[in-house]
Design a protein around this ligand. Sequence first.
Ligand code: NAD
Length: 471
Amino acid sequence: MTALPRFFEQVNRYFDSAAELLDLPDGLLRQIRTCNAVYHLSYPLRRDDGSIEVIHAWRAHHSLHRLPVKGGFRLTEHASEDEVTALAALMTYKCALVDVPYGGAKGAIRIEKSNYSDGELERIIRRYTFELNQRKAIGPGLDVPGPDMGVSAREIAWMSDTYTALEHGEIAAPGAVTGKPVSQGGVRGRVEATGLGVYYGLRETVAQADDMKELSLEPGLDGKRVVVQGLGNVGAHAARYLRDDGAIIVGIIEREGAIYCASGLDPDEVEAHRRDGGSILELDADHRLEGKDGVNGLEWDCDILVPAALESVITADNAPRIQAKIIGEGANGPTTADADAILRERGVLQVPDMYLNAGGVTVSYFEWVKNLSHVRFGRMDRRFTQAAHGRILAAVEDLTGKSFNGDVVDRVAVGASEEDLVFSGLEETMISGFEQIRQMAKLHAVDYRRAAFAAAIGKVANSYRERGIFP
Ligand code: NAD
């Protein structure tokens, strides 16, 4: 095994190779790639047995070119300053690419979640929120954390509740955190947003007849064989939407191993089995890989590989053996810069994380807008639109003397619910993000990753220039 370069260094290697495409001053580029601040927080946890443990946690603010900064926080035993800095940088570029008006941030708490009771976890999260608040590193106009690995709506609700208690009376307090349960100011559709965005992005990718011809694939998702690594929030929803649009989930890789089934696996069934405490290795499959060998499932024969668990899983070691023709990066940073070069050389089409998993922050942005406006999307106009469409149908009936059947009325005389609007905004974001990347890729004859970085860097640079900070 070759030693991996540091994660932030890898992000900056991508940055540098994309910056070459742009005619921007060196000083401006250095400013954009630099991380503004990283807070390392150490605080005590009283464990259930009465002992005291010191918890280490981080929050990185990569770029303050727009405020608030935004990014998830994760619970993982591998958390480090390098990791949060790299992930915060990716957030800056991701937000710029999909026109979400934030600077980039990321947080992490270094724990193995399964080693702590619910009460201990609650104390860890509430104290993390307190520590951030002490440093003015959380707030609807400052820094808005959201969910990432190991963080669900429950942890977000603890964080939101703590912030609201500390900032008693701040009317925008619910906008300090996103990914909240709907009853606590969350937005419908956030839970599935990242996976749904992965699906929209891959749907756009495989719709490009010229690219598919080069890969000797038919356009469209129908019948495409997919391997997914990580059946968590991102991977499970992505797998479900891909399956619903005709793709076949042939392989799933999880912590305990990997399974392959040529006739297709049902992600709902696999997820339910794991949720009940089962292992994927107990399910019917053509091939199995146990334990750590599961990672070799990344090399299984398929059309689309969706790494949706960890960073740096596709490396210079396994890249030559990857059989997928398309890699859709659901996870952040799953491909090292060396592996990226090998895959490009081999003609593998890589759809970069910065674009493909941007659905999460996009819908988080919708949640924040909802919190600041204090009104549910669709509340003002749903019934009005429904009635207006009904009046149009009635006018057509009057003009033609014919009646629409109930089915037509039910389909046309509708107004959009909050979920309809959120998914529509997400789809629009993923389609327009894809178009930007494709145009940039064609313009400079580069791959989608460099194109995405170049588009994002250009936008951050504009934001500095428009404020007269750089020439
Ligand atoms: P999650 O905790 O919900 O799911 C992660 C899944 O990966 C779990 O099922 C876990 O068991 C599995 N996993 C852990 N170690 C593994 C291993 N060694 N091999 C195979 N599987 C393993 O996390 P998530 O929110 O789905 O995040 C996954 C990735 O997507 C991360 O890189 C995260 O930064 C990125 N991401 C998440 C969001 C979001 O909205 N949640 C948004 C953008 C990007």
